[in-house]
Design a protein around this ligand. Structure first.
Ligand SMILES: C[S@@+](CC[C@H](N)C(=O)[O-])C[C@H]1O[C@@H](n2cnc3c(N)ncnc32)[C@H](O)[C@@H]1O
Length: 264
């Protein structure tokens, strides 16, 4: 699939953001990772990526998340798209937990930008991050090692994991649901429900669906193939349909939301 050149992102914002990126830091990250070794270790041979995932050039990057470019540019760019301040936005998920979880699974963990703060907030918990991209996991591993925290990293699909039923008391997903078609989002919710023990909770940080509905132009700018379908949906209803109780969503600033549900 060719990269669209007609969006505001490609024409204007991408060059602007690129001028703000710390290129030396990105190159240092790229050079200290042994990409071949890490990718071979995470990605089973013959692994077949879901079509909805490998066919998309997420964020205008050819090859999407299955590239070194996506992995090394993800955090430098994300800081500009989580207003007013990325750590504050991420803290809102941690504040929503309200318990001391012992077994945490972070789905679609990417470069570990939510997984590492979770481990730092709950140091006694065993924390696992799962992602479909071995490139993102390579950066996640590096992030954890720089932060001096121990996290288990796993490669695979969030909608069908290899973990046993009831093995986590907290499942999280940050910025994952706007990246998946709604049918897959529903499967991820069903899998999260299966993975939680009784009393366990699911916390989701993502784009604010109400706000995004009125910002179609913004959705086009960032070349997010599924964000409009995500914005048209309702995470509260999706969680309810998957069996979650005590479902509630709180706005985080104007562009994000945290949704919580409990498995009773
Ligand atoms: C926008 S990034 C979010 C990364 C991180 N959670 C954060 O808070 O910044 C979305 C991540 O979800 C992963 N992803 C997308 N669909 C997935 C799926 N079905 N199963 C597992 N990971 C998936 C992508 O590879 C990517 O790393």
């Amino acid at each position: 699939m060719a990269i669209r050149q007609d969006t505001l992102w490609e024409q204007f914002l991408s060059p602007l953001v690129q001028s703000l990126l710390d290129k030396q830091q990105m190159m240092a990250l790229r050079d200290r990772i042994d990409w071949h070794e890490t990718i071979d270790r995470y990605q089973p041979s013959q692994f077949s990526y879901p079509e909805y995932y490998h066919s998309q050039n997420f964020h205008g990057i050819e090859g999407g998340y299955l590239t070194q470019t996506a992995a090394i540019t993800y955090d430098p760019i994300t800081q500009y798209v989580l207003p007013p301040y990325e750590p504050w936005v991420r803290q809102s998920l941690i504040d929503g937990v309200g318990t001391q979880p012992r077994q945490i699974l972070d789905l679609g963990c990417g470069t570990g930008s939510m997984t590492v703060p979770l481990k730092q907030a709950f140091p006694g918990a065993v924390v696992t991050g799962l992602d479909l991209s071995p490139y993102m996991l390579a950066v996640a591993e590096d992030r954890a090692s720089q932060a001096g925290v121990k996290i288990e990293w796993a490669h695979g699909t969030a909608e069908l994991t290899q973990f046993e039923a009831g093995s986590f008391d907290l499942v999280t997903a940050a910025l994952l649901f706007h990246e998946t078609p709604p049918a897959i989002a529903q499967n991820i919710l069903a899998e999260s429900y299966r993975l939680l023990s009784a009393g366990g909770q699911l916390l989701i940080l993502d784009g604010n669906q109400r706000t995004l509905r009125s910002l179609e132009w913004l959705n086009n700018v960032f070349e997010e193939p599924y964000i409009q379908a995500y914005a048209a949906g309702n995470l509260d209803a999706w969680l309810g349909k998957s069996g979650f109780d005590d479902v509630e969503t709180k706005d985080v600033f104007w562009i994000n939301q945290v949704t919580r549900g409990v498995k009773k």
